[in-house]
Design a protein around this ligand. Structure first.
Ligand code: ZN
Length: 220
């Protein structure tokens, strides 16, 4: 288990390194193609999320013996269409090669470093999706950079980012607590002022009516 974690940590740090697959999508400004590939990552996230939700519902329903299951549930086709529209720009060829190489594979001509990265990124992302792991490609809650999560609950790209987020979060919570205290205090005194004012108004109104009624009586 620890070995697996260590291995994943190495993979994640290699992916985020300047030569890594995630580096072009963290570049500022991002290329148009990198933007499209991020759109692909988002589409795959949506597919994984929707299918997880639908499968959970299906699992709940199938607890009833009368429920007729329709089999495996798929995310709406518009999500697949969105992903496939982005992928339609990629044209690779299948290749056969004699042993000891793989008997069949997909290859592309690495015309430029940029196009080579795009193809490798797509290849990697689709492999991640096949394992249901596209959601591990995510943005850091602190620095907003893209990274590859080692575990499903990892929200920050690194320990410094996690610490920084929590310390600012703590400061933010403290600031909000003080603000709310001041706000409630002001609200209380506003309410008190208001009720004092309306009490005065009622009292004044009563004395006026009594004056009016006295006048009324005098007029009679
Ligand atoms: Zn970060």
């Amino acid at each position: 288990m620890r070995q697996l974690r260590q291995q994943r940590r190495q993979t994640a740090s290699a992916l985020s390194s300047p030569q890594g697959l995630l580096s072009p999508i963290n570049r500022v400004p991002r290329s148009k193609r990198a933007d499209e590939l991020l759109e692909l990552v988002h589409a795959l996230h949506d597919i994984e999320h929707e299918e997880a939700v639908l499968n959970e519902v299906e699992k709940q329903l199938s607890e009833d013996p009368n429920y007729q299951t329709a089999g495996q549930v798929r995310a709406p086709s518009r999500l697949y269409a969105r992903a496939n529209a982005i992928l339609s720009a990629f044209h690779w060829s299948p290749r056969v090669a004699p042993p000891p190489h793989e008997s069949h594979s997909f290859t592309w001509n690495a015309r430029t470093a940029e196009s080579d990265w795009q193809n490798r990124f797509v290849f990697w992302v689709l492999n991640q999706h096949a394992k249901g792991n596209a959601s591990l490609i995510r943005t850091c809650r602190n620095c907003h950079k893209w990274f590859y999560a080692i575990t499903n609950h990892q929200l920050h790209c690194s320990d410094p980012c996690r610490q920084h987020f929590h310390s600012t979060d703590k400061k933010f919570k403290e600031k909000r607590r003080l603000y709310m205290r001041r706000f409630r205090k002001e609200q209380r005194s506003r309410n008190q002022r208001q009720s004092r004012y309306s009490r005065l108004q009622i009292a004044e109104g009563e004395s006026r009516t009594s004056r009016v009624s006295k006048k009324g009586r005098q007029g009679k």
